[in-house]
Each structure stands twice: as structure tokens, then as C-alpha cells.
Design a protein around this ligand. Structure first.
Ligand code: OAD
Ligand code: ZN
Length: 245
């Protein structure tokens, strides 16, 4: 079966790089983007340019974030996160590349420097001008009084520490993800539709550099045809057997 083959491939691999999308966190209560009920079936994305240009867009962006507050605060790592953390502790995984912003890889036991966040992190905020970090509690207090706040250092808008459409990708993370994709012998894409670029370029990059490519996703993805193994099944059930100590 697919899971048995995955087990063999994991056993044979020296260096495994997982690449995760929103599908690994749906069992933790966090909706994905493109499934029925996903974020982009409910909202139109607020692009970076709109956030910069409009106080209304900033207010709406923070309203959306605070509407998800309890979901993010209550979320705990799922079986997929825990399986990857086990392989990390076993020395098989040097780092995880993620499109997710929910901090759950860190919560599962990955050191922060071993979580490469291509799209940032929504559990804190940053000034888009000077990069000053802010806690969400501070933003919330200011938001209630006065709407979406600006930086106390440079007066530019404060935004969740995530990457929006139209915003520059983080350079160091892109470089580290490139190096890891080229250096691994097994690359496992987990819970991503693989439609958002440049993030979606990493599975292909790993495959082209000689790694085996596995895709675990309950729906077909854009890159199934180049994969060595496609497991079109629930992530928690598929990776549950790999949760160890
Ligand atoms: P998507 O919502 O596009 O894809 C998630 C995939 O996970 C879907 O194909 C689902 O079928 C699958 N899935 C969900 N739950 C699953 C489960 N329990 N078991 C197996 N499969 C499951 O999310 P991403 O690919 O992560 O970026 O989205 C990529 C980027 O688009 C995000 O990082 C975000 C978004 O716009 C930005 O906003 C910049
Ligand atoms: Zn600032």
C-alpha cells in the first residue's frame, strides 16, 4: 500500500525534507484555503498593496485575524506535525519548509531555526516599515480603541507577521528552502494544493535535483504527475503510524 511504500522510502532516506501546507493543520481545527469552507471560499484575499494603501483594508485584515483568535489559540499539533517531529528528533529531518503561519511545527518540537516559514507567522505582528515586532495583545488593545494601529517607532502600519499576496518573499527563507530542497534525498509535500508560487516550486526543485518526491494530499495536486508516490488520503491517518517518541 501507499503507507507501506512511504515507510520503506523513509527508512531508506538519509535526509528527508517535508514541505507542508494548510492540509496538515485541518485536523487541528484550522481551516485550509481552497477546500469547501476554506478561507478563500469565504473571503477575498487582501493584497499587500491594499493593506498599505487603505485604513479600511487594515481594519478588515485585523478583524479577520481576531475572528480566528480562538481557533489559533486552541490549536495543538496534529498527527502529521507529531510524526514529522519524531523523524526530526531521530535525525532524519534537518528542517521543515512550511507555507503555514500557525506555529504548529514549533509547538510539536521543532526548534524555531529549523522551521522555514515561507509565508511568515500569524502568532505575532510586525511593522511593515521598520520590522519592529509586536504582540497581538498590544495590537488588539490599540485596535479596540482606534482601529488598525501604526508602529510606535516609525508610524508605518503594523501587520500580522505573514506574507500577503503582492508582498516580497522572505529572502533568507527562500535561500534556505532552496538549499534544503537540493540537498535532500526524500522530499514529502504534505497538505498543499501546490498552486501558490514561488512556494510550489520546491517539490519540483527537489525532484529535479535527484530526490524522490512523495505527495500526501486528499485531493489531486498540480504536481502529482512528477511524484514517485502519491498518497491521496487523510494526512493524520497516513502519518499517524510514524508518530514515535
Ligand atoms: P490549500 O487550501 O490550497 O490546499 C490544502 C490542501 O490540503 C487541499 O488540497 C486539501 O485537499 C488538502 N487537505 C486538507 N485537509 C487534509 C487532510 N486532513 N488530509 C489530507 N489532505 C488534506 O492550502 P495551501 O496549499 O497551504 O498563502 O495554500 C498555499 C497558500 O495559499 C497559503 O500558504 C496561503 C494561501 O493563499 C498566502 O496567503 C500567501
Ligand atoms: Zn516601524
Amino acid at each position: 500500500s501507499g503507507v507501506e511504500r512511504l515507510g520503506d522510502m523513509i527508512a531508506e532516506a538519509k535526509t528527508i525534507v517535508p514541505f507542508t501546507g494548510a492540509g496538515i493543520s485541518t485536523e487541528c481545527g484550522i481551516p485550509d484555503f481552497r477546500s469547501p469552507g476554506g478561507i478563500w471560499t469565504r473571503y477575498r484575499p487582501i493584497e499587500f498593496g491594499e493593506f498599505v494603501a487603505s485604513q479600511d483594508a487594515r481594519d478588515e485584515s485585523w478583524r479577520r485575524r481576531f475572528a480566528m483568535e480562538e481557533i489559533f489559540a486552541a490549536a495543538r499539533p496534529g498527527r502529521g506535525h507529531r510524526a514529522l517531529a519524531s523523524l526530526y528528533r531521530a535525525g532524519k529531518i534537518p528542517a521543515v519548509i512550511t507555507q503555514n503561519i500557525d506555529n504548529l511545527h514549533q509547538a510539536s518540537g521543532f526548534a524555531a531555526e529549523h522551521v522555514i516559514e515561507l509565508h511568515g507567522n500569524t502568532t505575532y505582528a510586525r511593522c511593515i516599515g521598520c520590522g519592529q515586532a509586536y504582540q497581538l495583545d498590544w495590537v488588539k488593545r490599540r485596535f479596540i480603541e482606534d482601529g488598525a494601529p501604526n508602529c510606535t517607532v516609525c508610524d508605518e502600519p503594523v501587520k500580522t507577521a505573514t506574507i500577503s499576496f503582492g508582498q516580497m518573499m522572505p529572502e533568507e527563507e527562500m535561500q534556505r528552502a532552496t538549499a534544503l530542497s537540493r540537498a535532500c534525498d526524500l522530499f514529502i509535500a504534505i497538505g498543499s494544493s501546490l498552486v501558490v508560487w514561488p512556494a510550489a516550486g520546491f517539490p519540483m526543485m527537489a525532484k529535479n535535483a535527484g530526490a524522490r518526491l512523495v505527495i500526501i494530499n486528499r485531493e489531486p495536486t498540480e504536481q502529482d504527475d512528477i511524484a514517485d508516490l502519491v498518497i491521496r488520503h487523510d494526512i493524520g491517518e497516513t502519518l499517524g503510524p510514524f508518530v514515535g517518541n
